[in-house]
Design a protein around this ligand. Structure first.
Ligand code: NAD
Length: 290
């Protein structure tokens, strides 16, 4: 690393809290080294209180960009100069670019792109698909909006009746207004509707974090027989690699049982492209880190 960092090295940040556990710095720095790009990627513990100053620092210090994660993904929008159409619809940004250090900051959301690329990587076609999606938080909204942009026929969002349910309804409304996809939002407690929806879908995506601590014993599909051999099951969780849902999917012989690692990799690859205009060497990174 000391050989690689010079007075010319350009900095990319990651602003979130907590963030020390993130794989992103390793992923990006390994990719820079592999391609011989003179960039460094560092994580900064930034909460909402410091965000305005941190964004100003991107401009003042000439960072070439930054990733953004919780709790800053929505909050950051007010401090940016421009926001991409998909990030506007999602209402959250996870990537900010500062092209040529000119101080004009543009926000993007690559989470949904990452999820769609992860499906494509497994040979799964989203176009014209009927998708059942649980979760309408940050990840779920990004997945729903990007799937709609990518030509999904229907997205049926199910959410528990918590504070996020309103966002599920709002997201469905926005998708119906801005894309050709038909979206609905339904209370997950309507288990009959959920079962019927899964039966009519070719893809089921869980974007709730069920299956991950502290919900490691939870699968929102409680009855494994709902999983058919022609159903693709995609869980955005990557720790653990195999959630209870994915275990069910494998046992039932689902068409695919996909965890969140690919989504993580490809959201990073899309950000990498925005920062550097270069393609991340994804096969190399996959082999190295996954
Ligand atoms: P969030 O808090 O914004 O949303 C959580 C969602 O889960 C909401 O829809 C909420 O209503 C629902 N939920 C919460 N508890 C539930 C329960 N007991 N039963 C059913 N639904 C429940 O969180 P987020 O930022 O959207 O993250 C969700 C998950 O996605 C996390 O596990 C996160 O690690 C993962 N994630 C993965 C990637 C990736 O690259 N693979 C990217 C982003 C997020």
């Amino acid at each position: 690393m000391t050989e690689r960092l010079t007075g010319h090295t350009l900095l990319i940040g990651l602003m979130a809290y907590p963030i020390r556990h993130s794989m992103s710095p390793t992923m990006h720095n390994e990719a820079f080294a592999k391609l011989g790009l003179d960039y460094a990627y560092l994580a900064f513990e930034v909460e909402n209180e410091q965000l305005k100053d941190a964004v100003q620092a991107i401009r003042a210090l000439g960072l070439r960009g930054s990733n953004v994660s919780m709790p800053n993904k929505q909050e950051i929008i007010q401090y940016l100069d421009e926001v991409s159409p998909e990030a506007q619809l999602i209402g959250a940004v996870n990537t900010v670019t500062n092209k040529d250090a000119k101080g004009h900051l543009v926000g993007y959301n690559t989470d949904g792109i990452g999820a769609m690329e992860a499906l494509k990587d497994e040979g799964v076609e989203v176009k014209d698909a009927i998708i059942t999606l649980t979760g309408a938080g940050g990840a779920g909204t990004a997945v729903a909006v990007q799937a709609a942009f990518d030509g999904a026929k229907e997205i049926r969002i199910f959410n528990i009746n918590d504070g996020v349910f309103e966002n599920a309804k709002e997201t469905a409304k926005k998708i119906n207004e801005h894309t050709a996809c038909v979206a609905t939002a339904t209370d997950l407690s309507d288990q009959e509707a959920f079962k019927k929806s899964i039966a009519e879908s070719s893809i089921y995506i869980d974007a709730t974090g069920a299956g991950m601590k502290p919900l490691e014993d939870v699968s929102l599909i409680e009855d494994p027989s709902m999983i058919r051999s022609d159903l693709v099951v995609f869980d955005v969780v990557y720790s653990p690699r195999e959630t209870k849902l994915l275990k069910f999917a494998k046992e039932q012989g689902a068409k695919k049982a996909i965890n969140g690692l690919g989504m993580m990799l490809y959201q990073g690859a899309a950000a990498f492209k925005l920062f550097t205009d270069e393609d991340m060497p994804v096969s190399y990174i996959k082999e190295l880190l996954f």
